[in-house]
Design a protein around this ligand. Structure first.
Ligand code: NAD
Length: 309
């Protein structure tokens, strides 16, 4: 079983702390680095919260794991056998930070990016001497709860590096999926296709936003957590899909602009939970309660699904 015993995570914002807690649990000595001292302080709280969730999940724990925080990128990566970059989604910044990582990390270290959609080939382009060990490792948010990682090799990534990362992900009980490079990667493309259709139907007044949420959670979401979309086609019958798809596909949204249902709200500062209002309105207490309630439900569903691939 492949293990990476020493892992460095570069960037400890939304994603870094949860990823760190998972890897600590997997037995890796994990170093978290951020350029911001404030982010590192917050990360300590985030790591503790993620550890609590992993306890509630009864996630297996491998001995030898730990988490330390570092204020020096060089110190964080100097002994790492896996480096995971989780800094903001800006290609120039990623180029700069990857150059710094390459200058300080062992030549044998695997260099992964948690990018949500920048092609790995583009991240590696100015770094040809290291391109074969640069690879996409896209965790899903929250990373300590969602046990899926998209593995995205670039044009130059060595197949051996891809295999090692896939085996490592399996070793801590997460499901790796290997993908070719496509904008947004696969998981987000599917999500955005669903969101585009939802927003169009709500904007046209076909259904209220609250009923849309109910329709998708119980009608599609619940089912898809157990039966994958292609399994679902087998279950429904390919002939049925062909018949329905032959008239329905041409009626589905092909909008290339973001729905005005969203842009009218963003213009007015309605950004969602973080501004206490987006599509719905919230009080600060409701935001906290929703976070806890959703984590509890996700934990229960994940426990029920353990063992599914
Ligand atoms: N947030 C999500 O839902 C999500 C999900 C999957 C993947 N991602 C991807 O993961 C990456 C990180 O996303 P995030 O949401 O955690 O971002 P974030 O903005 O919450 O955190 C990024 C952190 O990187 C730090 N940083 C900035 N410049 C740095 C530097 N030069 N060196 C070290 N640290 C630096 C910032 O201080 C910040 O703490 C992005 O590529 C994003 O697309 C995000």
């Amino acid at each position: 079983m492949e293990t990476f015993k020493k892992v460095a995570i570069i960037g400890t914002g939304t994603m870094g702390p949860g990823m760190g807690a998972v890897l600590e649990r997997a037995g890796s000595k994990t170093l978290l680095y951020d350029i911001s001292a404030e982010a590192l302080e917050k990360a300590a709280v985030g790591v503790d919260m993620a550890r609590g969730v992993l306890d509630r999940l009864a996630a297996p724990s491998v001995e030898g794991g730990s988490i330390e925080f570092s204020t020096s990128l060089e110190a964080a990566v100097s002994d790492a056998d896996l480096v995971i970059e989780a800094i903001p989604e800006k290609i120039d910044l990623k180029h700069t930070v990857f150059s710094q990582i390459i200058a300080a990390a062992p030549e044998s270290a695997v260099l992964a990016s948690n990018t949500s959609g920048i092609p790995i080939t583009k991240i590696a382009a100015p770094l040809p001497d290291s391109a074969e060990r640069i690879i996409g490792m896209h965790w899903s948010n929250p990373p300590h709860l969602i046990p899926l990682i998209e593995i995205v090799p670039g044009d130059q990534t060595s197949p051996e590096i891809t295999d090692r990362l896939v085996e490592f992900v399996k070793s801590f009980g997460y499901s790796p999926v290997i993908e070719g490079e496509v904008p947004g990667f696969v998981e987000n493309r599917i999500l955005y296709a669903i969101l585009r259709e939802c927003l169009e139907l709500v904007e046209r007044g076909i259904i209220s936003h609250a009923d849309m949420d109910t329709c998708v959670k119980w009608g599609i979401g619940y089912k898809l957590a157990v039966i994958g979309p292609l399994e679902l086609i087998d279950m429904a019958g390919l002939d049925i899909y062909e018949n329905v798809g032959s008239y329905l596909n041409r009626d589905l949204s092909t909008a290339s602009e973001v729905s005005s249902f969203i842009t009218e709200r963003t213009k007015n500062g309605r950004l969602g939970l973080k501004s206490l209002g987006g599509i719905y309105d919230y009080t600060a207490e409701e935001v906290a309660a929703k976070g806890a309630e959703r984590a509890g439900k996700l934990i229960a569903v994940r426990k029920a699904l353990v063992g599914d691939s």
